[in-house]
Design a protein around this ligand. Structure first.
Ligand code: NCD
Length: 463
């Protein structure tokens, strides 16, 4: 298991090391980026096999029979937020594989209501099950759970951070609807800021070379800055503009959206003339916004999608919908959202099988601690010493769970220096590096560094 407490002394950024798996090696999925492209393709091949071998006799996107591969295995679902599709499709997937399920779906009836920390709960549940799916309102909660669990942890949605298995369902749907994942024109619309499904999805789309066109559902609903930055700088996709230009232009009747491409620096702000393959929409994520913050929200109906460029577009939605997607579309062949929900079962069967080594064809490499070595060095420093994660919804700031986290960051050196929270993956910029003897620590400003007895240097100067 990974170190749980902040060490007494700041630790210097360690060079990247490949983990050498021991007998206890396992694998967690807290982000879509925990899976390689090859692994995603293998999972899809297994999902397609399940549909073929165990498919419903008359409805081809549905699983209709069960197997025995997971006989004797137990899947636990630990859900601290409402869910229908994710929890039930995971449970259905485990049962279809011949396994069993245990579920804690109501935080008011679990020990969380008594103030139990997530760290304690997952250590206990690790003795009751073979694989754990967690959903939590805090960003980064899945990573914390993975640090303490001794069984594979799958993120079923953590705050506004990520929802990697929804992305697997979304990508699988794309592949089924459009035959290939490559070079698709995909419009992503809705609450780009608060939708964890979108955050995982855009990383994956960029990795599979889709042209992503962003259409925020309302004012202030653009992608979070750090997601945008990663798309641009790590996935060689294009950022959408930070302003509300898109909405304003839409309102003025000029249909302009932004095209992303895997060719950096070739951003074109262009009228959308080309044909759209996929229109992906999410609801306004009211639970991620303060009361009364809702503004006008996109409404998608037959008229909206009546334009020529959408003629062949499949419409995807992770569901639930709450008024932004007209039900009159349901009977049109382009409405893919119920098929998308149905694919949740074969895709999650494939993921469970891969994580539990039930199918040698989708074997996932295992690592000590459950994760491959990061591309970036990790830095840990005592919370009381210097900077902490700026994301207020990060698990590190939770009253009960915060004390079980470390003040831990990836050190990202690309065009300047940024610290990326180990848990929620939000970035901090404009830091000051403090040095004392051979030690370094990161501070918000020079005076904080000096006060702590460190010599301050602007991060840029250290580059
Ligand atoms: C999504 C979620 O929980 O983020 N739901 C789901 O898993 N299909 C989308 C949403 O709630 O809007």
């Amino acid at each position: 298991m990974a170190t749980k407490k902040s060490p007494k002394k700041p630790v210097k950024a360690a060079p990247r090391k490949r983990a050498r798996p021991s007998g206890n090696a396992l694998r967690h999925i807290t982000s879509i980026n925990d899976l390689t492209d090859d692994e995603i393709n293998k999972i899809f091949a297994a999902a397609a096999r399940y549909l073929k071998e165990l498919g419903h006799p008359s409805v081809k996107h549905r699983i209709g029979k069960s197997a025995k591969a997971a006989s004797g295995k137990i899947l636990a679902t630990l859900f601290y937020e409402p869910s229908t599709r994710t929890r039930l499709s995971f449970e259905s997937a485990a049962l279809r594989l011949g396994g069993g399920t245990i579920s804690s779906a109501d935080p008011t009836t679990s020990s969380a209501a008594k103030g139990e920390s997530l760290a304690d709960t997952v250590r206990v549940v690790s003795s009751y099950a073979d694989i754990l799916v967690i959903r939590h309102p805090r960003d980064g909660a899945a990573k914390l759970a993975a640090e303490y669990a001794s069984i594979p942890v799958v993120n079923g949605g953590d705050g506004a951070h990520e929802h990697p298995t929804q992305t697997l369902c979304d990508l699988f749907t794309l592949q089924r609807e459009k035959k290939s994942l490559k070079n698709l024109n995909v419009v992503i619309s809705g609450d780009l800021k608060g939708s964890r499904t979108i955050h995982s999805f855009v990383y994956a789309l960029a990795r599979f070379h889709a042209n992503i066109m962003l259409m925020p559902g309302g004012m202030g609903m653009e992608l979070p800055e750090h997601v945008d930055w990663r798309l641009r700088n790590e996935f060689h996709s294009h950022p959408q503009p930070k302003s509300d230009d898109q909405i304003a232009k839409k309102k003025n009747g000029i249909d302009v959206i932004y095209r992303t491409s895997d060719q950096p620096h070739q951003l074109a702000l262009m009228p959308v003339k080309e044909e759209i393959d996929i229109f992906y929409l999410t609801r306004f994520q009211k639970e991620r916004w303060a009361e009364g913050q809702r503004n006008d929200y996109l409404k998608v109906d037959k008229q909206f999608l009546g334009e020529d460029k959408y003629k062949h577009a499949s419409v995807l939605h992770p569901l639930p919908r709450v008024g932004e997607l007209d039900k009159d579309l349901d009977d049109t062949p382009r409405a893919a959202y119920f098929r998308q929900a149905a694919y949740g079962v074969p895709v999650r069967m494939a993921l469970i099988a891969a994580l539990l080594d039930l199918d040698k064809r989708t074997f996932l490499k295992k690592f000590d601690g459950g994760f491959d070595a990061s591309d970036y060095p990790i830095h840990v420093q005592p919370r009381e010493l210097g900077t902490v994660c700026h994301n207020k919804n990060c698990i590190t700031h939770d009253e009960h769970d915060g004390p079980y986290t470390a003040n831990k960051f990836y050190v990202v050196k690309k065009g300047g220096l940024r610290l990326r929270c180990f848990y929620c993956e939000a970035d901090i910029e404009n830091l000051v590096i403090g040095t004392k003897g051979g030690e370094i620590a990161y501070f918000e400003n020079s005076s904080a560094a000096v006060k702590a007895g460190y010599s301050p240097q602007r991060a840029k100067a250290v580059e």
